[in-house]
Design a protein. Structure first.
Length: 99
């Protein structure tokens, strides 16, 4: 069971890194620090969008429109950390050999 918890935690942490990288890249593009027409920037942006958008879109449909502010990544980060802690608290005693 501890191997499954490790795998779950690793997947969540890697996804959080991709999510934060997507937010930072969108800021860099918005402030004209990164050129979205650059082939490398474009490929990184596409990769991150393909990974993060499937979970961000349902959250964006629920959240109210705040103009240019997108709170969906923050909501997803909080939800993922909550889910991670919930699962760890529920299954850690089993992984340690307890009840």
């Amino acid at each position: 069971m501890s191997a499954l918890l490790w795998l779950f935690n690793t997947i969540v942490e890697v996804y959080l890194i991709f999510l934060i990288a997507s937010v930072v890249l969108s800021w860099l593009i918005a402030f004209n620090v990164a050129n979205p027409y650059n082939q490398i920037v474009y490929q990184i942006r596409e990769f991150l969008a393909r990974i993060t958008e499937p979970l961000l879109q349902p959250i964006r449909r629920i959240l109210p429109d705040l103009g240019g502010i997108d709170l969906s990544p923050m909501v997803l980060i909080i939800a993922l950390i909550f889910l991670q802690r919930l699962i760890n608290d529920a299954f850690r005693p089993m992984a340690m050999g307890g009840v």
